[in-house]
Ligand binder design. Structure first.
Ligand code: ADP
Ligand code: MG
Length: 348
């Protein structure tokens, strides 16, 4: 059966960019989101507003679609699992469940003999006491974090007393890596040993939010190969279908670590829209809709800059772009501090 109607859970900029890519492939997109102002409603064919536990609204969504995907990972497992009984959810709900929990995710990566930061599970304040070895570190909520939300830098054990931490949520303490740089690898897997992989992307964060992404990453041949090899192993082990991003740390001694896995298209891959023949978004739609896999070809080196909060303003006011610059406005209703409002990609 050929797939005509793609359901997407989540209506942020990643949903918008998936909808734009689907349109090019003549696939309709129906977006389900709990935010009535979700910007992706400006880009999809149909928008349904509802909570992620509203079974009636979800039925309305499921009726309309052939296959379901998602653009963010913080969706209740129950929701994805229930939907999967009626229409295929890709990537599989079990993959999302694993990755949305930072400890399960790191356990999984370590089992593949792939390095992560050192980490420990923290359920209450006293769990921290024997963990001086893990400091300086970062305490993170095990679930629901993004863009650095729910993260607390800890220099010494006593710091915990000055922070108002709600220990009814689960936490993970991660040892701080002395970062040389951060890179990410985006891969789209279509089936057994069938994938397209993008070259590593070098990322710079400000306030734990991605600011710049650039290709080529300035890394050694060894790190180039190792990061790609690990990403392929992760995607194969998960029997993943669709686009996945692996975020890496590189330390000052040239050790590579997996930071986290995103079971979806990723902000660092925005530059693939202009720098490759097929973007991460188009590849995701192709994989989840069982369309043809087309060999990747790079068009150009590129740099992407996120426009955060007020940084979007000058670009909205008729900014003159050069021929090699591409401006994306996510059309979010309200400009907010630390909110990703748009991006610019420059081919270099
Ligand atoms: P999120 O889910 O919010 O993206 P991350 O775990 O990726 O959370 O953390 C966001 C950023 O914070 C990372 O990209 C990195 O810059 C910094 N960071 C997080 N954990 C560590 C760590 N253990 N060592 C060094 N930097 C870290
Ligand atoms: Mg991250």
């Amino acid at each position: 059966m050929s797939i005509k109607n793609l359901g997407i859970i989540g209506g942020g900029q990643l949903g918008s960019l998936l909808a734009v890519a689907a349109k090019k492939l003549n696939i309709n997109t129906i977006i389900y989101c709990d935010d009535v102002d979700a910007p992706a409603q400006n880009f999809c064919n149909k928008f349904i507003h509802g909570r992620y536990d509203d079974k009636v609204k979800m039925q309305e969504f499921i009726k309309e679609i052939d296959v379901i995907t998602y653009e963010f990972e913080n969706i209740p497992y129950e929701t994805l699992n229930e939907m999967n009984k009626l229409k295929p959810v890709l990537p599989k709900p079990s993959v999302n469940k694993l990755i949305q929990h930072r400890i399960a995710e790191k356990d999984f990566v370590n089992k593949l003999n792939i390095r992560t930061t050192r980490y420990a599970s923290i359920e209450n304040k006293s769990d921290m006491e024997p963990l001086g070895d893990f400091l300086p570190g970062i305490l993170k909520t095990t679930t629901m974090g993004y863009d650095g939300k729910g993260q607390y830098p800890i220099q010494k054990i006593e710091d915990i007393n000055n922070l108002n931490i709600d220990f009814s949520k689960g936490y993970i303490l991660e040892k701080l890596v002395k970062l040389k740089k951060e890179i990410s690898v985006i891969i789209t897997r279509f089936g057994n040993n069938s994938y397209e992989i993008y070259e590593p992307i070098e990322n710079t964060h400000e306030d734990q939010i991605l600011k710049h992404s650039v290709i080529p990453a300035e890394i050694s041949k060894k790190i180039f190969e190792e990061s790609k090899d690990w990403s392929i192993r992760i995607a194969e082990e998960l029997k993943y279908i669709g686009t996945l991003c692996v975020e890496f740390f590189l330390d000052k001694n040239e050790n590579l670590y997996v930071n986290e896995i995103a079971p979806r298209v990723h902000n660092s891959g925005h530059l693939t829209i202009n720098a490759f023949n097929i973007s991460q978004f188009e590849n995701h739609v192709r994989a989840v809709c069982s369309l043809e896999k087309i060999p990747l070809k790079k068009i150009s080196n590129a740099k992407m800059v996120n426009l955060i909060g007020n940084q979007i303003r000058p670009y909205r006011e008729n900014f003159k772009l050069n021929e090699n610059e591409f401006f994306f406005d996510y059309q979010k209703k309200e400009i907010k501090d630390k909110r990703k409002m748009g991006h610019i990609t420059t081919l270099i």
